[in-house]
Design a protein around this ligand. Structure first.
Ligand SMILES: Cc1cc2nc3c(=O)[nH]c(=O)nc-3n(C[C@H](O)[C@H](O)[C@H](O)COP(=O)(O)OP(=O)(O)OC[C@H]3O[C@@H](n4cnc5c(N)ncnc54)[C@H](O)[C@@H]3O)c2cc1C
Length: 528
């Protein structure tokens, strides 16, 4: 039987009724759109309310709050943003000369030289190529991007437990580790117990694979590889291969645990990008394109849900101000929100209390010369098992006079606490002590620095919500659903905490829900 309309006509009807997100879902169901596209929350596509706009209050000028403001304003909503800090952007923070780091007990003023290349991304540094919502905003907000070097095989791997603490080039470590592993496997391929699994042809192909993967010789032996870099020669003189590293030393180093594969993770794989001149240019791009008031220095003091709206009281210069809105979007970190007087339902508060508060620590150091370039290092990361965990070399400003280097980026909770207890001067001293083991003379290049313990930053007191599997199962949907007319947003309410894409996707998810409600109320009669 011929269907009454084609699948294309059906999708057009779905689009007219439900917008682009409905088309996406219907298209996936009909097999017309690959389901991989479903992994991404569709961009906001809100019914334009024109002159009938509802009043919305947005709490927190983080990336998710700014996304909501930008989209709602365009759809005719009357928007106000309330931000506790004197600064807009939340965890998206880039510092330059004169900027203040508002860390509890350790306020600092950045003393970098005044130069466009001398800035430090204290928060977001990387923009992965598949973070398509973030990239969309960079494009429409005119935020120029450049390629960011994440993995650099010329950078160092250093571990006090291996190679006598001597740093080795990442290329050498990886090439030799692969060579040794593949040689071992190739020896096993001819053994009888493989017969059940492999045909002779499979085994031959597997040996070919191992030779290529590990750079083995025709006898399936690893005798070093040019992938590890030459010991000498290679241009006008005959090259000499490096002697392979000692395999037991390779195993002793913990680099193989996760750092060796770092650049293969979906969010870490090349190519990555950064905003030219500092990643806070994304925040500035939003601010340039948002006309609604952003009230800064205004900590929210209470939130009351009403049947037909939300009342928010905030502090403005010591005076309590009330704002009543039809809807509220809120990116205040849940561990802080929990303590603000409210009338949220009990299950909502329980859910908030059961999601952990992450910690991260970074140091930015102004170096009087770009000494790393003399070691053939241009961008990327050196990994160490010392306290600082990582040293990053700036991708931008190549061959300039000075540079801002990342002198520490700490993931480990105990080490985060260790750094947090120190003064900024003590933190920098420890970073120099660590750096000397990798780059002798490191300390002599340090002119000044900034240190940021994110779990002590005012109005944030943490980062990267820590969801256990159990918490995900029990509480995620409770927090993702609106409670009355209040939406909790931010990367904290996403499966991508610690990424701006998670923050934006969560904003889009909440906006789509609001849009459904408003369309239902309006009966689709608004000016479009
Ligand atoms: C060290 C570090 C590295 C990172 N690296 C990357 C990266 O490479 N790439 C990437 O994409 N992302 C990265 N991120 C994550 C990224 O910064 C976040 O995902 C994003 O900025 C979070 O935005 P948000 O809207 O969820 O809220 P937040 O930025 O957390 O904003 C919350 C806002 O609420 C405000 N607030 C708090 N209390 C109150 C109150 N009482 N009243 C009013 N306002 C209040 C705060 O001041 C803040 O502005 C990194 C973050 C950190 C810290």
């Amino acid at each position: 039987m011929t269907p009454p309309f084609s699948r294309r006509q059906f999708l057009n009807m779905v689009g007219a009724a439900g917008g682009s997100s409905a088309v996406l879902q219907a298209g996936i169901a009909l097999g017309l759109i690959p389901s991989g596209a479903a992994a991404h929350t569709p961009r906001a596509d809100l019914l334009n309310l024109g002159s009938q706009g509802r009043r919305v209050v947005i709490l927190g000028a983080g990336i998710s709050g700014l996304t909501c403001a930008y989209e709602l304003e365009r759809a005719g909503y009357d928007v106000t943003i309330i931000e506790a800090s004197n600064r807009i952007g939340g965890r998206n923070l880039t510092v330059r000369r004169g900027d203040v780091i508002d860390e509890m007990g350790n306020p600092q003023v950045c003393e970098f030289d005044d130069h466009p290349n001398l800035y430090f991304n204290c928060g977001p540094a990387r923009i992965p190529a598949h973070h398509e919502n973030l990239l969309h905003y960079c494009k429409v907000l005119n935020v120029p991007l450049e390629v960011f070097v994440n993995v650099n095989y010329h950078a160092w791997v250093q571990d006090p437990e291996a190679f006598g603490g001597r740093p080795v080039r990442m290329r050498e470590y990886i090439a030799d580790a692969r060579g040794f592993m593949t040689e071992l496997i190739s020896k096993a391929v001819n053994r009888a117990d493989f017969d059940a699994v492999f045909s002779d042809l499979d085994a031959e192909r597997l040996l070919g694979f191992l030779r290529a993967y590990g750079d083995l010789d025709e006898n399936n032996l690893y005798k070093g590889s040019r992938r590890a870099g030459y010991a000498s020669g290679g241009m006008t003189e005959a090259p000499t291969l490096k002697t392979p590293l000692d395999f037991s030393e390779i195993l002793k180093s913990s680099f193989w645990r996760f750092r060796m594969h770092w650049g293969e993770g979906e969010d870490q794989a090349a190519p990555l990008m950064q905003a030219v001149g500092g990643n806070d240019n994304i925040v500035k791009g939003f601010v340039r394109n948002i006309a609604s008031p952003i009230i800064t220095g205004a900590p929210v003091q209470s939130i009351r849900l009403r049947e037909d709206g939300v009342d928010v009281v905030y502090d403005r210069g010591g005076k309590a101000e009330l704002i009543s809105a039809d809807y509220c979007f809120n990116c205040i970190p849940k561990h802080l929100l929990h303590g603000i007087p409210n009338n949220f339902p009990k299950e909502y508060l329980t859910a908030m209390a059961n999601v952990g508060r992450g910690k991260l620590f970074k140091i930015g150091l102004q170096m009087n010369e770009r000494f790393w370039e003399k070691e053939n290092i241009y961008g990327g990361i050196t990994w160490t098992n010392q306290e600082v965990e990582q040293i990053w070399y700036p991708t931008h400003g190549i061959h300039g006079n000075k540079g801002i280097m990342l002198g520490a980026y700490v993931f480990n909770d105990q080490t985060n606490d260790l750094f947090a207890r120190m003064t900024p001067a003590e933190r920098i001293a420890l970073a120099i002590e660590n750096g000397e083991k990798i780059h002798p003379g490191y300390g002599s290049h340090v002119e000044n620095g900034v240190t940021v313990a994110w779990h002590r930053m005012n109005y944030l007191m943490g980062c990267t919500a820590q969801w256990t599997e159990e918490a995900r199962q029990r509480y995620f949907q409770t927090l993702q659903r609106p409670t009355g007319r209040h939406y909790l947003i931010g990367d904290q309410i996403s499966y991508h905490p610690g990424w701006q894409e998670g923050a934006i996707s969560s904003a889009h998810h909440a906006l789509a829900d609001l849009d459904r409600r408003v369309r239902a109320e309006q009966g689709e009669t608004a000016d479009v």
